[in-house]
Ligand binder design. Structure first.
Ligand code: HEM
Length: 470
């Protein structure tokens, strides 16, 4: 038997025999009447994860009429495949609620575009964040994590911090350096990051107007402070792009790659605004999600010390006393399984909402034109017929066997699958390994963790932890 396979088998056996279990936080099933849609709507407004009944966690398609609008929840791998892959073109359009929330900042950026714009831009963005480019960003990931270690060390043993804000700072710094390069300057990078943070804080994830049946929803609140955030972000990104167009700026950055692509393919007609929209999209899509993943991973490890021990043992076996690097990631199987299990339990994008372009039939269900289709990774990943003990934290399940296709979709699936999948996975695994080699994080015993669904799925109020040096 290959040595790593033997080690992995031993780890699985050890974890299986440990007979320890941890059931991380999740809301209880909704038990209000199905007919009281108003109550459900208000529950959704407060907590989108609390509207699901026990029956919703099964392989099925369910249709409801929410104040005059058809809403179809698709929760079976076969039918998810139909929606996101087979009939992708009919279901590629994001919900008006999503477009409205983001278009002020991202314009026609890939995340919210569809049709011809999406088709033209997708290869461009995919190429820039493609897996073969990821190793080139490995040093940024490692070094930024080491800077965080330095800061944590200076705070002293047992220092209290909020893990969500720490991880948000870390991943924002990594994506800022990757997208704009290191030439942008600390002050401008800080301003872009702060601008994105305040934009995201200001945007509410659910536009109730849409659910109330207005076609395009109520206008998102463009407050003066939101306008200021957006203007600041746009001004800085435009300056960076203009520098690159003029031949100045960091050669290894993603903006440089975008600009080079435009020069090579002028028929793409990417002006400064289009380039800015794609840079802003990568920036936004590329850090909140990874920050949420890492935060949830710390929460899970803090409550499952037997898994944490396996993680530490693996880092020691693979890296010894060296700092983990991007080249080690393929050998960090347990760290990978922890991240994969974290993404199953707490998918950072817990709902994929689409608007049907034309009437269609999903399974036996007639879907009306413009109806809302919801694929809910939160439900799918906790469906007992697809995942045994779905509410338990058991990373070893990913070492034992791979999930069936379209049953595990933290990065979505089909042509619109997250192009930053490899970047995000590698970043989460590497940052976890670098930080876990030096620190343990502990959530105070009396702190109640509650998942909250906003733009991404995160712990309500963040995650208070104390830092302990290893
Ligand atoms: C753990 C980390 C990440 C997760 C869980 C994640 C998840 C997702 C999901 C679920 C979507 C599809 C959303 C939808 O269709 O409604 C998406 C799209 C996207 N992601 Fe990620 N993502 C992650 C990291 C990244 C990174 C690091 C980047 C860039 C460097 C990135 C760039 C994008 C872009 C540009 C899109 C839009 C793609 C399109 O619409 O064609 N993501 N991501």
């Amino acid at each position: 038997m290959l040595p790593w396979l033997a080690a992995e088998t031993q780890t699985i056996e050890k974890l299986n025999s440990a007979k320890k279990r941890f059931e991380p936080a999740h809301p209880s099933h909704y038990n209000g009447s199905r007919n009281n849609q108003l109550k459900r709507l208000f529950t959704a407004r407060r907590d989108f994860l609390a509207v699901w009944r026990k029956v919703d966690y099964s392989e099925r398609i369910s249709v409801s009429n929410l104040i005059g609008r058809q809403v179809t929840v698709v929760n079976s791998p076969e039918h998810i495949k139909y929606v996101v892959a087979t009939r992708h073109e009919n279901f590629e359009r994001k919900s008006p609620q999503m477009r409205r929330a983001l278009e002020f900042l991202l314009g026609d950026g890939l995340f919210i575009s569809d049709g011809e714009t999406w088709k033209n831009r997708r290869p461009l963005v995919s190429d820039i964040v493609h897996k073969h480019r990821v190793p080139a960003f490995g040093d940024i990931m490692k070094n930024t994590s080491l800077e965080l270690i330095e800061r944590w060390t200076a705070l002293g043993e047992g220092a209290p911090v909020n893990a969500l804000y720490e991880m948000a700072g870390l991943t924002a710094e990594i994506i800022a350096r990757s997208v704009f390069g290191t030439d942008i300057g600390e002050e401008s990078a800080g301003q872009v990051t702060d601008g994105f943070t305040s934009y995201q804080d200001l945007i509410d994830s659910i536009n109730i107007g849409y659910f109330l049946g207005f076609d395009e929803g109520l206008p998102a609140l463009r407050t003066p402070s939101l306008r200021r955030s957006v203007k600041r972000i746009h001004t800085i990104i435009d300056r960076v792009i203009e520098d690159h167009l003029a031949g100045k700026g960091d050669d290894n950055s993603m903006v440089e790659l975008l600009v080079r692509r435009q020069k090579k393919n002028p028929e793409l007609k990417l002006d400064v605004v289009a380039l800015r929209n794609e840079a802003a999209t990568i920036f936004m899509a590329g850090h909140e999600t990874t920050a949420a993943t890492l935060t949830w991973a710390w929460y899970l490890l803090s409550n499952a010390p037997w898994i944490e021990e396996a993680v530490h043992a693996e880092i020691e076996a693979v890296c010894g006393s060296n700092v983990p690097t991007v080249a080690d990631v393929p050998n960090l199987k347990m760290c990978t399984a922890v991240i994969e299990e974290t993404l199953r339990l707490y998918p950072p994008v817990p709902i994929l909402a689409r608007q049907a372009k034309e009437a269609d039939k999903v399974g036996d269900t007639d879907v009306k034109k413009a109806s809302l289709i919801m694929i809910v990774p939160w439900l799918l990943h906790r469906t007992p017929s697809l995942f045994k003990d779905p509410d338990l934290f058991k990373p070893e399940r990913f070492l034992e066997r791979r999930p069936t296709p379209y049953s595990y979709i933290p990065f979505a699936a089909g042509p619109r699958i997250c192009p930053g999948l490899q970047f995000g996975l590698t970043e989460a695994i590497l940052c976890l390994a670098v930080l876990a080699q030096r620190f343990k994080l502990r959530v105070p015993k009396d702190h109640k963790v509650e998942p909250q669904c906003r733009l991404t799925l995160r712990p309500r109020g963040g995650l208070p932890v104390t830092l302990h040096r290893r």
